[in-house]
Design a protein around this ligand. Structure first.
Ligand code: KIV
Ligand code: ZN
Length: 525
């Protein structure tokens, strides 16, 4: 009988973070990793250590701080990549996994690598052996496996397993596969490699969503013998994304009649919290109608549905929303709540903050508490997430005044505090613009002498009510390869916009400093 335990390998911090505009700083990645540990995924792919010093540091910090899941680092089949992954993963000890990849499809062999089949096998085997000299747990991915000739793919699988890989991941790198065909390919590999049948090695799958089939392909693979699924929270990832963790898990759970005996260790009640955290940290909002975690996923508007639900929930609901973490909100805090009450609520929400971070959040909490009656869990999360994205902040908003109206030239006066060692300098500018936000951002550009081009702007209410906190996410082009995301929250949407833009400016300055120090070391896979 096939082993029935499905290993959930989360790659939100690697493939997920690779998608444009989703880059997270170390503090944000650590917060996501902590939540993934609470969600009880089996493996966290924490990054690609050779890519930059920042990636190396994230993998190393996650390997040191996060207990529970295995921690994995990605490496090309190249010695320096594998050695960097081994070094970054050291603090994880026995829980370290190195994930080595090399393309195997004809098109990649001929046009990207210029290598013949036997050369690919030789390099793959060498890479796996080198990784095995550093850690016990090695995964190998034949990149673009779904477009690789099946006979050659079988040869690759046999060779890397013999060299010491205990997991062989079959990526549908370009999202080309169809469920029946991909399932059949996994079945063929399962039957053709004795170690897969005996359970000495397992098949993993890693599906991209270019045709909207990543989850369907992953599920078809599980039916045919795959025992690890690689996925991301909210399905974020390269291009159209990766298989969404919440959809894969809940499909197997809801249809356990079909996935008989299949088990996985994920704590489903942590799903909604994980989704919201990743949306905030990555700046990639979740569409309202997204399965499981979208705002509308359990909202029944048709009267006939509502009537049925009231009579018996299962008439129109195939899952219990509580099971995935909806509807667990506690009593809101108010301006009278003290620091201890706020700290206790933050702990309950899963945040681990240093004392000075708690102080900063508490002073923002008091400001907000003066403006709105109740401070809900979501408001609090927005404040914390605003705070932890502001580590090493250089420019801080001190004062903002705007005037606008249909007969007024929109004008903004902005005063910023600039951190300068132990001292802080205050500087002030005024500007006019097309609207109050434009005017405020122009004043910031003048003060910071950094000009950003606003490429994307979104505003959402964090909670309900006219006094809700508005959370603004901006994506700004500062002339680098990647857009920089910034976030800000306030009951005043002009202030939220100003905070979000300033957050992007500060992040840009930190990234710029880091890349000047280290330089990008290699291209993304
Ligand atoms: O999509 C892909 O092929 C990958 C590999 C590195 C596993 O992300
Ligand atoms: Zn991928």
């Amino acid at each position: 009988m096939k082993n029935q335990r499905i290993i959930i390998f989360d790659t939100t911090l690697r493939d997920g973070e690779q998608c444009p505009g989703a880059s997270m700083n170390l503090r944000e990645k650590l917060e996501v990793a902590r939540q993934l540990a609470r969600l009880k995924v089996d493996v966290i792919e924490a990054g690609f250590p050779i890519i930059s010093d920042g990636d190396f540091a994230s993998v190393q910090t996650i390997a040191r701080e996060i207990k529970g899941p295995k921690i994995c680092g990605l490496a090309r089949c190249v010695s320096k990549d594998i050695d960097a992954a081994g070094a970054a993963l050291k603090p994880a000890g026995k829980r370290a996994r190195i994930h080595v990849f090399l393309a195997t499809s004809k098109i990649h062999r001929e046009f990207k690598l210029g290598k013949a089949q036997d050369e690919i096998i030789r390099l793959a085997v060498e890479g796996v052996k080198r990784a095995r000299a550093l850690v016990d747990d090695v995964e190998f991915s034949p990149e673009d496996a779904s477009r690789t000739e099946p006979d050659f793919l079988i040869q690759v699988c046999r060779a890397v397993v013999a060299a010491g890989a205990s997991t062989v991941n079959i990526p549908d790198t370009v999202g080309f596969a169809l469920p029946d065909q991909f399932g059949a390919l996994i079945g063929q590999l399962f039957e053709s490699v004795p170690e897969f049948k005996s359970g000495k090695a397992i098949i993993s799958v890693h599906c991209h969503n270019d045709l909207g089939l990543a989850v369907a392909n992953s599920l078809a693979a599980v039916r045919n013998g795959a025992r690890q699924v690689e996925c991301t929270i909210n399905g974020i990832g390269e291009r159209a994304g990766n298989a969404s963790l919440e959809e894969v898990i809940m499909a197997m759970k809801t249809r356990r009649d079909f996935y008989t005996g299949i088990e996985c260790g994920v704590v489903t009640r942590e799903i909604v919290k994980s989704s919201r955290l990743v949306a905030r940290m990555s700046g990639l909002a979740v569409q309202r109608n997204k399965a499981i975690v979208g705002e509308n996923a359990f909202a029944h508007s048709a009267g006939i549905h509502q009537d049925g639900i009231l009579k018996k929930r299962e008439t129109y609901e195939i899952m219990n929303p509580v099971e995935v973490g909806w509807g667990t909100t506690e009593l809101p805090l108010t301006k009278h709540s003290g620091r201890a009450a706020m700290a206790a609520r933050l702990k309950h929400l899963g945040f681990q903050l240093a004392d000075e971070e708690l102080n900063a959040v508490f002073s923002r909490f008091k400001e907000i508490g003066d403006k709105k009656k109740f401070v809900y869990d979501d408001d609090l999360s927005a404040l914390v997430e605003g705070q932890i994205t502001e580590v090493n902040e250089t420019w801080v908003l001190d004062y903002l005044s705007v005037s606008s109206g249909n007969q007024t030239v929109p004008t903004a006066t902005v005063r910023l505090k600039k951190a300068n060692g132990k001292h802080a300098e205050l500087c002030q500018e005024a500007a006019i613009g097309d609207g109050p936000v434009d005017a405020a951002l122009k004043a910031i550009d003048r003060l910071t002498r950094i000009t950003g081009k606003l490429m994307d702007y979104s505003l959402r209410a964090v909670s309900q009510g006219k006094d809700a906190l508005g959370e603004v996410t901006v994506k700004v082009d500062f002339g680098n390869k990647d857009l920089v995301t910034g976030k800000g929250a306030s009951t005043d949407i002009i202030e939220a916009s100003t905070r979000a833009y300033l957050n992007a400016v500060n992040r840009h300055m930190i990234m710029d400093k880091e890349s000047r120090k280290t330089g990008r070391k290699c291209a993304q896979p």
